[in-house]
Write a protein that binds this ligand. Structure first.
Ligand SMILES: *[C@@H]1O[C@H](CO)[C@@H](O)[C@H](O)[C@H]1NC(C)=O
Ligand SMILES: *[C@@H]1O[C@H](CO)[C@@H](O)[C@H](O)[C@H]1NC(C)=O
Length: 566
């Protein structure tokens, strides 16, 4: 999730001239009517820090994101925190009811490491109330026939691991993570059969240790992110082995990782330099983590580029850490499925940055990311709707990593601000376009098992605060109990799920009309809300007041009566 860098007018013009009408038509194929394989699983996702709130309740320890948001140094838009967020910690039954309403077959969510282990270290003690909370939540899902897909770590590292040991900069984080993972397998593995170790570790490393836009806010250009990623990969492998050795025979579950990547399309498909640059974009993004896990080492192009730049910068070792032979074989093959997160596409062209500019991820990649001005933009400024890129990424993953089972773990769009709150037409178009391209990728041969739309609720969007709304359900963050309201896309997604795809044009068209009809009713409801709550306050005040007055008047009358009698 990054802003596009350096999109100058010149580049935009160049892009427009290079992309003829014919190119466009070949990228945007016709809509495909058909259904998904039997047993394909549909769901929605979220993460602990973005939704739970209750940041210091029931024994939870602080995470690096609590520290980052509380420091109020302009880290987050509007200085927002996630202290309450969606208040999800107190709304389990309500949120499970929303999931039932959506007809999803799975729900992907993350556990808060510091809620379970307040210091991050298992030997320091387990928070029983944290175990109870997630245990009850998992039971509530299973009682509603919803399969839990559980992420162990979605960026909210226990603060003490950061403060005392340097967080992911320190290889010891891998063992702490593995101990934490074992605790989760032990406590929940009888019921949870789908585990995701890390969610989008690339963004965690890049924004947390390179740009500093995310917690822990470090700017260790060109070194910090590679160190962090190196230790995350080891941590993932250690957790997978622990599951394989100790729990798999009893629990029969799957352990994978979730990697996010946008598609990178060469600006000029006849120019080998652009083709190489686009390939490099993908290897520095997806391959960085997927290659060690599927092939035992970092992509060759990363080793080459970072090694060469490091030498030119006068270093005697590459800034990209090296796996030993033993580590390579330990890491290779440690994923039972590939989790893929995907949101948008970029055009890529080569640009050689001089090494003397100093080390950075951007400098190492030697490329520029561009967007087509004609792509529809959505609520977040980096996010454009480019459905065809999704199919290409899925096909790329299929061929690069030996046709692994793929779960789409994140895909979705935020709503444009000026749109009516609940009528999220753009999100419906995005959902329809992207799921249709996924269906085409399955026809192409990709082994896609399930799809997770992002996200169940509007929630805390990291450095963007509450400004970007990704939810199927609109959340009113101004109200104390954070009420939820269905957007039009709830109705639409429900229809895709029930039909398991797109049966025919007539039916699919009717879904859209129905969804917009529902949302205009809901919008009226939301608009009437201030009036209704006014009425509610009135009754809350009026009824007791009138009663009290009646009693008083009765008492006075009685007194007068008694007096006149005597
Ligand atoms: C790394 O963590 C260990 C504890 O696991 C600690 O002893 C060591 O000092 C840490 N290293 C750094 C550089 O913080
Ligand atoms: C996973 O566990 C099985 C059963 O114990 C074992 O045979 C296999 O070698 C393990 N896989 C790896 C890669 O360690």
């Amino acid at each position: 999730m990054k802003p596009v860098r350096a999109v100058t007018l010149w580049w935009v013009l160049l892009l427009a001239s290079r992309l003829g009408a014919t190119r466009k038509e070949s990228l945007e194929e016709a809509f495909y009517y058909g259904t998904f394989p039997l047993g394909f699983t549909w769901g929605v996702g979220s993460s602990a820090f973005q939704t739970e709130g209750a940041w210091d309740q029931d024994g939870k320890g602080p995470s690096i994101w609590d520290t980052f948001t509380h420091s109020r140094k302009g880290n987050v838009l509007g200085e927002e925190t996630a202290d309450v967020a969606c208040n999800g910690y107190y709304k389990v039954q309500e949120d499970v009811a929303l999931l039932r309403e959506l007809h999803v077959s799975h729900y992907r969510f993350s556990l808060s490491w510091p809620r379970l282990l307040p210091t991050g270290v298992r030997a320091d003690g387990v928070n029983k109330k944290g175990i109870q909370f997630y245990s009850d939540f998992i039971d509530a899902l299973l009682n509603s026939n919803i399969t839990p897909i559980v992420t162990l770590h979605h960026w909210d590292l226990p603060q003490l691991l950061q403060g005392n040991y340097g967080g992911w900069q320190n290889v010891s984080a891998a063992s702490y993570f593995s101990d934490y993972a074992s605790l989760c397998f032990e406590a929940f593995g009888d019921r949870v059969k789908h585990w995701v170790t890390f969610s989008d570790p690339r963004t965690m490393a890049e924004k947390g240790y390179e740009t500093g836009h995310h917690a822990p806010g470090l700017k260790l250009h060109g070194t910090g992110l590679y160190q962090a990623a190196h230790h995350v990969i080891k941590a993932h492998a250690q957790a997978w082995h622990s599951y394989n050795n100790t729990w798999r025979s009893k629990q029969q579950g799957l352990v994978g990782i979730s990697l996010n990547c946008d598609w990178g399309e060469p600006v000029d498909i006849t120019n080998p330099k652009d083709i190489e640059a686009a390939e490099r974009y993908l290897q520095f993004c997806l391959g960085w983590f997927a290659n060690p896990i599927y092939a035992g080492d970092y992509p060759q192009v990363m080793k080459d580029h970072i090694g060469r730049k490091s030498a030119e910068q006068g270093l005697d070792m590459s800034r990209l850490p090296v796996f030993s032979l033993q580590e390579k074989s330990y890491i290779k093959g440690t994923s039972d499925f590939l989790g893929l997160g995907h949101f948008t596409t970029r055009y890529i062209t080569e640009r050689n940055y001089p090494a003397r500019q100093g080390p950075s991820y951007q400098n190492d990649r030697d490329l520029v990311e561009l967007v087509d001005p004609n792509w529809p933009d959505l609520g977040s400024k980096w996010l454009h709707s480019v459905p065809w890129g999704f199919r290409r990424l899925l096909n790329f993953a299929q061929t690069q990593y030996g046709n692994p089972p793929i779960y789409v773990t994140e895909n979705g769009a935020s709503q444009k601000l000026h749109c009516t709150q609940l009528c999220d037409e753009w999100r419906i178009q995005y959902l329809k376009g992207y799921t249709n391209e996924m269906l085409k990728a399955i026809k192409d041969g990709a082994n896609i098992k399930g799809y997770t739309s992002w996200s169940l609720l509007d929630k805390f969007e990291w450095e963007r605060g509450y400004s970007d709304r990704y939810g199927f359900y609109y959340v009113d963050f101004n109200k104390k109990n954070r009420p939820r309201y269905p957007k039009a896309s709830v109705e639409y997604y429900k229809k895709i799920i029930t039909a398991n795809g797109f049966p025919n044009p007539r039916e699919v068209e009717s879904w859209y009309l129905k969804a917009l009809e529902t949302c205009s009713i809901n919008n009226q409801m939301l608009a009437a809300e201030p009036f209704l709550s006014y009425m509610q306050i009135m009754t809350e005040i009026m009824v007791p007041t009138v009663c009290t007055l009646c009693i008083l008047i009765a008492a006075v009358l009685l007194m007068l009566l008694l007096r006149s009698l005597s």
